[in-house]
Design a protein around this ligand. Structure first.
Ligand code: NAD
Ligand code: UFG
Length: 350
């Protein structure tokens, strides 16, 4: 019996493959490599000493996906595949709706056809939208503020409807807070295309000198130091959360949402200060205007995952920063091909 991992070459998917293989699961990955490199899976093999089967398939190609189900005895699916850049989703909404929603519909249709009803889905804390009370718990009313977030919200609803139609379905909706960190081996990690959108990869690229300085997006929020507060969660803790969710869906039915976060928030300035300590490098920053759509504070109430999945985050902020930094130092070009990046008066290989 095998586990199908869609988007398994990506950041969270590759770390989850490591945990699955280490736990003795057989793993089949489907990924079209639109935001990842096959090299990530070679590194997963290197870390685990185990084989991971890979199909370069787009979820939009339903026939190709069906062939994977024909060939393998898939028991359950962990579904990471999707586009995730909030800003890009605002300028290219149709691309996001088509890829994320049609891809998921195809996957669910094929699963139904082959009688596979166990699914773990990558949702996001973005489905809580603009809440003004923290921590966020699973029963809060949901809302989306951009097309990316709307795809997550819509998929959550589609999956609830699916269960209503067929009570064999067993689905975990995992709402991640802010995934950071990397495998402690330094072999796999987050490999953003071009200039990073998210705080942590931006900071590590400043710390290594690839980017000149970080823009702190607002210091007039109602937080202790005025900068935004987020619940950063180590990607390996997330990976373990997927294994716990997989166990859960294997002996229950229904649809349940779970927050995967630490329950503790850190501000942008705290993140910069911790990275300065861990890297020993100064991280220049400047305060600029707020980013439209950002909220002041977001952190999880992780009680439901603790009680129902027996999952709790283990790794602290220093682990997150040290592991992100090791990945950045060992792989200044990510998994990517060599090219040149210009930053100020410096030129780097990319
Ligand atoms: P990622 O981009 O590194 O991984 C996603 C993978 O899916 C990539 O390898 C990409 O090539 C693949 N993919 C995308 N569309 C596909 C398609 N149509 N067919 C086949 N493969 C396809 O992203 P990640 O950070 O690992 O995120 C994984 C999931 O978690 C995503 O669904 C994302 O929306 C969700 N999520 C991520 C974050 C975050 O901050 N990283 C936060 C909350 C939720
Ligand atoms: N920030 C900066 N400078 C930057 C980038 C970010 O100051 O260059 C700040 C933001 O204003 C925010 C914090 O750093 O206060 C974190 O920002 P990120 O962009 O790293 O993360 P977000 O919380 O905005 O969003 C992330 C993902 C979303 C996901 C959400 C919840 O990008 O897709 O976490 O999981 F929905």
């Amino acid at each position: 019996m095998e586990i199908l991992v869609t988007g398994g070459a990506g950041f969270i998917g590759s770390h989850t493959c490591v945990e699955l293989l280490n736990a003795g699961y057989e793993v089949v990955v489907v990924d079209n490599l639109m935001n990842s490199k096959q090299e990530a899976l070679d590194r997963v093999r290197e870390i685990t000493g185990k084989e991971v089967l890979f199909y370069n398939i787009d979820l939009l190609d339903k026939d190709a996906l069906s062939k994977v189900f024909l060939k393998h005895e898939i028991r359950a699916v962990i579904h990471f595949a999707g586009l995730k850049a909030v800003g890009e989703s605002v300028s290219l909404p149709l691309k996001y709706y088509h890829n994320n929603i049609t891809g998921t519909l195809n996957l669910c249709e094929v699963m139904e056809e082959f009688g596979v009803h166990q699914l773990v889905f990558s949702s996001s804390a973005t489905v809580y939208g603009l809440q003004d009370c923290v921590p966020f718990h699973e029963e809060l009313p949901l809302q989306a503020t951009n097309p990316y977030g709307r795809t997550k919200l819509m998929i959550e609803e589609i999956l609830r409807d699916l269960y209503v139609s067929n009570k064999k379905w067993s689905i975990a909706l995992l709402r991640y807070f802010n995934p950071v960190g990397a495998h402690p081996s330094g072999l796999i990690g987050e490999d953003p295309n071009g200039i990073p959108n998210n705080l942590v990869p931006y900071i590590t690229q400043v710390a290594i000198g690839k980017l000149a300085k970080i823009s702190v997006l607002g210091n007039d929020y109602s937080t202790d130091d005025g900068t935004g507060v987020r619940d950063y969660i180590h990607v390996l803790d997330l990976a373990v959360g997927h294994l716990k969710a997989l166990e859960k869906v294997s002996f229950t039915t229904g649809v349940e949402a779970y927050n995967l976060g630490t329950g503790r928030g850190y501000s942008v300035l705290e993140m910069i200060a911790t990275f300065e300590k861990v890297t020993g490098n100064s991280i220049p920053y400047e305060i600029v205007d707020r980013r439209p759509g950002d909220i002041a504070v977001s952190y999880a109430d992780p009680t439901k995952a603790k009680n129902n999945l027996n999952w709790i985050s283990q790794k602290g902020l220093i682990d997150m920063c040290e592991d992100s930094w090791r990945w950045q130092m060992n792989n200044p070009n990510g998994f990517g091909e060599v090219g040149l990046i210009k930053s100020g008066n410096k030129t780097f290989m990319k």
